[in-house]
Ligand binder design. Structure first.
Ligand code: PLP
Length: 387
């Protein structure tokens, strides 16, 4: 597939709207059609038109998304998958063989942890967990010669720990490993890991990239041709690709990513301010707070601090569950990154599967995905729910 780089140097918002697609030469359509086709007519045997042969290998709607993802991450090649986990599994198959080792965040997204613990381990790829905010611990977790990937999430879920991308890229590269950054929580708008030395960016585009809670998808972005070649081969060989309709929805979401993220951050800041002065809140966890241990690193590597806020309530698990069940605008549900505000209890919901392990989260913890509704409505909703 051809990859265009003529949007380099343009602003983020311009790339979000114009990269990846030129108006259709025959109709002038400004938005790529949903190419609901499995195959493509050939002009003579092997005579492909623009390289399209079969839609697992490439589809024009998916190409538009992949080029946009690459342009927004400052990469050269993007790859779109059926889900974030499909992207992650394809990445591991592309870059590891049985016997290899991966360093994981000790509070990685539960599904990522399960992928490594149950699926990659059964195939012979081992992992060690380390806290992302402790560079020395990550270095110590590396097994020289065997560690192929250092995997980073920043901010992490749900405790919003911050890993120093630039420092960890150095640690990975010293050991001959690659740094993979899951950029789902920050989004391409708030954080650009490739520019800080990361080798691969992973997204669950289900979250802020898609942004409207209407599609599940995943992405990988790189800026190295040899890496792109290996990932592209495995994307086609494994086949866990994004379908054209899913690709179209994600592309539609990306066009407003910058606007949405600004509002997510504005609203999150107001929510943090409210919670910080509330007598029944014992701790507010947000990388934008000066007392957050990762604040200085976050301020250096993020444009703003994002739309995810976690907090601990006085009264333990019972009160945390009650707050989650009392909000009316914050919808009780898993996932995050959509326009609507969500609330959840990690201990009983997203992180129930890690109870009893060192990934266990406090029982009095509540996680918010702050949406883009009217801020005063969100504040009133939380105030009422806290009682
Ligand atoms: N990475 C992070 C940080 C996530 O939050 C998620 C999903 O919740 C994933 C990866 C997995 O993505 P998906 O659910 O699209 O497979």
């Amino acid at each position: 597939m051809t990859h265009h780089h003529d949007h380099e140097g343009q602003g983020f918002e311009t790339r979000a709207i114009h990269a990846g697609y030129e108006p259709d030469p025959t109709t002038g359509a400004v938005i790529p059609p949903i190419y609901a086709t499995s195959t493509y007519a050939q002009d003579g045997v092997g005579g492909l038109r623009n390289g399209y042969e079969y839609s697992r290998s490439a589809n024009p709607t998916r190409t538009a998304l992949e080029e946009t993802l690459a342009a927004l991450e400052g990469g050269t090649h993007g790859f779109a998958f059926a889900s974030g986990l499909a992207a992650e599994d394809t990445l591991v198959r592309s870059l590891c063989v049985p016997g290899d080792h991966v360093v994981l965040p000790n509070d990685a997204y539960g599904g990522t942890y399960r992928l490594f613990a149950k699926v990659e381990a059964a195939w012979g790829v081992e992992h060690t967990s380390a806290p992302v905010d402790d560079v020395d611990a990550v270095r110590a977790a590396i097994r020289p010669g065997r560690t192929k990937l250092v995997w980073l999430e920043t901010p992490t879920n749900p405790l919003l720990s911050i890993g120093d991308i630039e420092a960890l890229a150095g640690v990975a590269h010293e050991a001959g490993a690659l740094l993979v950054v899951d950029n789902t929580f920050a989004s391409s708008y708030l954080q650009q890991p490739l520019a800080l030395g990361a080798d691969v960016v992973v997204h669950s585009t289900t979250k802020y990239a898609g942004g409207h809670s209407d599609v599940v998808g995943g992405a990988l972005v790189v800026r190295d041709a040899a890496l792109a070649e290996r990932i592209g081969f495995h994307q086609n060989a494994i086949g866990a690709v994004a379908g054209p309709f899913d690709a179209w929805l994600t592309l539609r979401g990306l066009k407003t990513l910058a606007l949405r993220m600004e509002r997510h951050c504005d609203n999150a800041e107001q929510v943090v301010q409210l919670l910080s002065s509330h007598p029944d809140v014992v701790q507010v966890i947000y990388p934008g707070l000066p007392e957050h241990p990762g604040h200085a690193v976050a301020a250096r590597q993020m444009r703003r601090f994002g739309g995810m806020v976690s907090f601990r309530v006085r009264g333990g698990e019972e009160q945390a569950l009650a707050v989650c069940e009392r909000t009316r605008i914050f919808t009780l549900g898993e996932s995050l990154g959509g326009v609507e505000s969500l609330i959840e209890h990690p201990g009983r919901m997203t992180h129930a599967s890690v109870a009893g392990t060192d990934l266990e989260v406090p029982a009095d913890l509540v996680r918010l995905s702050v949406g883009i509704e009217t801020a005063s409505d969100l504040l009133a909703d939380l105030t009422a729910a806290l009682g």
